[in-house]
Design a protein around this ligand. Structure first.
Ligand SMILES: [Fe+2]
Length: 432
């Protein structure tokens, strides 16, 4: 589901959650599942409705915009990327400009599938274990979602580049899709593994970043190939590859902070997030377990705090439409998110035997004092994974979903002022 501002609604969009009636608390103006028509859309502002949750539009728009020009030999690549994007789309949610989102995804897929330099390597990953291709496509999709809410921050971090070019996310997506290409040089047993599978100390595993970079250096834009080299470079200076060039006669220093290109910092977060979600899926654990683990003190230091804040905001533990059980035993469905306290969304109680779309149940904001808490998601226990984002994150999450780009800039400025870890030197990439 995604949240769309009323002025961007289009006829045919389907409500993913009921719209509360502003004049009659506890009642719904429109129920989930309602198909919007022009007359209804025009009337929503009269009821004080500013935005609504709609079902994710899927990726069929790509067929008209991209697929017609895809060569026959690449249709499998096109469909496999589209399939992976579709599987992940409903796990991410937020408010974004739908038109911009469609253009962004179309441009990325077009580049990946039609541009021979990129398609050949994306197809090469397709020959590898399914896990490697899915992970690559997932990371490409996640960085698009993160990149959309970080556009102002990206401009800020790419200050030597024209603003319009700085905000072009295509190379971010290409680098993300190919970030693990170096794994094709690893022994078979390491190709499907992820850094979270505890291979971080193995020299052979660590070599995939540099090997991938060597493979594609000069064949991609520097911002995309830099992602391949630095996607395991941690914000705190740990990670790999190790620096090899001494600086001013001193021991080589690791890249850290803003000396790592902002694209690589974004991919670093998406890479670990997808790995964490895959591990939880394998173990039958809910997504909230992955998000809770991501916020452990040990992992948090790995990331750019502004990018990390965007990830916390963009990936809700309980998306709209999730069925949950509350600590008082009642069943409910999530109807709105809570940016500051993601594990305490707004829910609507389901009367016994009622359908998820039934709008008549009581609404409860789980962040209110004395409100019950979530104990199960789709009958899986989740109470031990409920988290509250660290203060540094919550301070920078604004009240409204309408101002996400501005929030990121504010977060960036505040964090810089507060002395967030930073190399303070020119960025490592050629553009700086
Ligand atoms: Fe990697």
């Amino acid at each position: 589901m995604i949240r769309i501002a009323v002025e961007n609604l289009e006829p045919g969009m389907v409500l993913a959650a009921s719209i509360p009636h502003t004049k009659h608390p506890g009642r719904a103006l429109l129920a989930a599942g309602y198909v919007l028509d022009p007359k209804t859309i025009a009337k929503l502002p009269e009821y004080g409705v500013k935005g609504v949750w709609i079902n994710h539009p899927g990726f069929d728009f790509l067929d008209a915009q991209v697929a017609s020009g895809v060569p026959e030999s690449r249709t499998r690549l096109y469909h496999d990327i589209k399939r992976n994007f579709t599987a992940l789309a409903n796990k991410t949610a937020g408010a974004f400009d739908l038109q911009f989102y469609k253009e962004l995804i179309s441009r990325l897929i077009e580049e990946l599938v039609k541009n021979k330099d990129h398609a050949v390597w994306a197809e090469r990953i397709l020959e590898e274990p399914e896990e490697l291709f899915s992970h690559s496509a997932n990371v490409a999709y996640l960085v698009m979602i993160l990149g959309m809410s970080l556009r102002n921050y990206i401009s800020h971090e790419r200050k030597y580049v024209d603003r319009r070019l700085a905000q072009d996310l295509t190379n971010l997506g290409i680098g993300a899709m190919l970030h693990d290409i170096g794994k094709i040089k690893l022994p078979a047993e390491l190709r499907r593994s992820h850094v979270l599978d505890h291979h971080e100390d193995e020299e052979a595993y660590r070599s995939h970043a540099a090997q991938g970079y060597q493979l594609l250096r000069g064949r991609l834009e520097a911002t995309a190939s830099g992602i391949i080299l630095h996607h395991h470079q941690r914000y705190d200076g740990n990670g790999f590859p190790e620096p090899t060039r001494p600086h001013a006669g001193r021991h080589p220093e690791p890249l850290r902070g803003d000396r790592i290109h902002v694209f690589a910092r974004i991919v670093a977060v998406a890479n670990v997030l997808d790995g964490m979600m895959a591990i939880c899926d394998r173990k039958g654990l809910p997504k909230v377990a992955a998000l809770a683990a991501l916020q452990s003190a040990e992992l948090r230091g790995m990331f750019d705090p502004v990018v990390f804040a965007a990830a916390v905001r963009s990936i809700p533990p309980f998306p709209v439409g999730t069925c949950v059980t509350l600590s008082d035993g009642r069943e409910a469905v999530v109807i709105d998110l809570n940016a500051k306290r993601p594990c305490q969304p707004v829910v609507q109680i389901l009367k016994p035997g009622a359908q998820v779309q039934d709008p008549s149940g009581e609404e409860i904001n789980l962040a209110e004092p004395e409100a019950p808490s979530i104990t199960h998601e789709n009958r899986r226990p989740v109470d031990k994974y409920l988290y509250k984002p660290p203060d540094v994150i919550t301070r920078h999450i604004a009240e409204s979903y309408q101002d996400e780009a501005d929030q990121a800039t504010t977060a960036c400025d505040d964090l810089l002022e507060a002395g967030a870890p930073s190399g303070g030197s020119p960025a490592a990439q050629p553009e700086a």
